[in-house]
Design a protein around this ligand. Structure first.
Ligand code: NAD
Ligand code: UDP
Length: 370
């Protein structure tokens, strides 16, 4: 198969961050190819992506641990690079099931890299996490701060970084971009794609939107006695669309400038839990009921990025505000009360949103799914 645009494999491309990056890469002139086993995503996302981009979605259903199949896919689509999102991401679950986390996250990356090596495709962007820093001695966090991962999940991410750095040292043909995400939130401005957590959300923003829409009665704010300006935990929330654009910038830097790098992707601004609640109230017009409860085990007081490296190396910086993040999360939640189980025809109209729906008819557009 020959394609006029550079093809990029997105493992886990049907998931939350992968689907947004799919849109950003398409808009930037790449041809993304999704490889996903749908263990934590819904195939309906493919219809939404076709609707949003107006293009056939290339997707293969499969497990990244199947090295031979991954090599075949890379070859079939002439991929020039891969972005590796596929993996498990729940910190608490990783404490209960460490072997599953090492298998999927560490062996999954190993499998992808072996497949890439076998077909001479040696540019890869990896989804790492700010959780590799553990509890930092100070903020903002720079990339050269010591890593002190505290959970099995965080340790799998650091093990993956080590594997990638060893590979880069072994052969200069490898171009490796390690992206340490801070707290991705929000949804595409169309309300067609967003985060669709299964069960009770662990993370703040999906919990807040579910309270606001009436699915849960109130937010429990974990801790009011942290050494932060208002006593609640401070994080660096980043709009998922900014994050997706960070991947485009990372790929460009890898391919065009022949660089390898490890960078933080965040806004550089710390916002407290109460700060998020107040931004959410402004963006949605709905106050969110909450109560203070004791701190959550393992949480750190504050966490935000030094983003100067991302600006210098990738020419990227986040532009969307916390109000944008809240508004788009709320828009997604309102339009999709059942997440991806909400059919397009029964989607709730957005009451107060600036963006229009794409006016395209929905067609069967998925190629190559098994
Ligand atoms: P997600 O669960 O929404 O997406 C991951 C996708 O990978 C899912 O579609 C899932 O079906 C797929 N997948 C899982 N195992 C697979 C396998 N063995 N083979 C093929 N596909 C597989 O997660 P996300 O929030 O989009 O996160 C993407 C990546 O970013 C993950 O590696 C995660 O650890 C990392 N990350 C996420 C966050 C966050 O807050 N969301 C923060 C830092 C880092
Ligand atoms: N948080 C909270 N109630 C919740 C979920 C999260 O008060 O139901 C707080 C949490 O203690 C932290 C912040 O919100 O201070 C962000 O938590 P999240 O789990 O989203 O991200 P992480 O802690 O992994 O950075």
């Amino acid at each position: 198969m020959t394609l006029d645009k550079p093809s990029v494999l997105l493992t886990g491309g049907a998931g939350y961050i992968g689907s947004h990056t799919y849109v950003a890469l398409t808009e930037a002139g790449y041809r993304p190819v999704i490889l996903d086993d749908f263990s934590n995503s819904h195939p309906v996302v493919l219809d939404r992506l076709a609707h949003l981009t107006g293009q056939r979605v290339l997707c293969e259903r499969g497990d990244v641990l199947q090295t031979g199949m991954v090599a075949e896919v890379l070859k079939r689509y002439h991929c020039v690079a891969a972005v590796h999102f596929a993996g498990l991401k729940a910190v608490g679950e990783s404490v209960q099931q460490p072997l599953r986390y090492y298998h999927t996250n560490v062996s999954g990356l190993l499998s992808l890299l072996q497949a890439m090596d076998s077909v001479d495709c040696r540019s890869v962007v990896f989804s790492s996490s700010a959780t590799v820093y553990g509890d930092p001695a100070s903020v903002p966090i720079k990339e050269n701060f010591p890593c002190a991962p505290e959970s099995p999940y965080a340790r799998t991410k650091l093990a993956c970084e080590d594997m990638l750095n060893s590979l880069a040292a072994s052969n200069p043909a490898w171009r490796i971009g390690i992206l340490r995400y801070f707290n991705p939130v929000g949804a595409h401005a169309s309300g067609l794609i967003g985060e669709d957590p299964h069960g009770v959300p662990n993370n703040l923003m999906p919990y807040v939107t579910q309270v606001a829409v009436g699915m849960r009665d109130k937010l429990r704010v974990f801790g009011s006695d942290y050494p932060t300006p208002d006593g609640t935990g401070v994080r660096d929330y980043l709009h998922v669309t900014d994050l997706s654009e960070g991947h485009v910038a990372a790929l460009r830097a890898l391919i065009a400038k022949n660089q390898s790098f490890t960078v933080n992707l965040g806004t550089g601004e710390g916002i407290s839990v109460l700060g998020v609640l107040s931004a959410f109230g402004r963006a949605s017009g709905r106050p969110v009921p909450f109560e203070f409860v004791p701190r959550r085990a393992g949480d750190v007081a504050q966490y935000f990025a030094d983003v100067s490296q991302a600006q210098a190396l990738l020419g990227w910086r986040a532009t969307r505000t916390i109000e944008d993040m809240c508004r788009d999360s709320w828009h997604w939640q309102q339009k999709n009360p059942d997440g991806y189980r909400t059919s397009m025809s029964s989607m709730q109209p957005a009451s107060s949103h600036r963006n229009q729906e794409p006016a395209m008819p929905l067609q069967p557009t998925v190629a190559g799914t098994a």
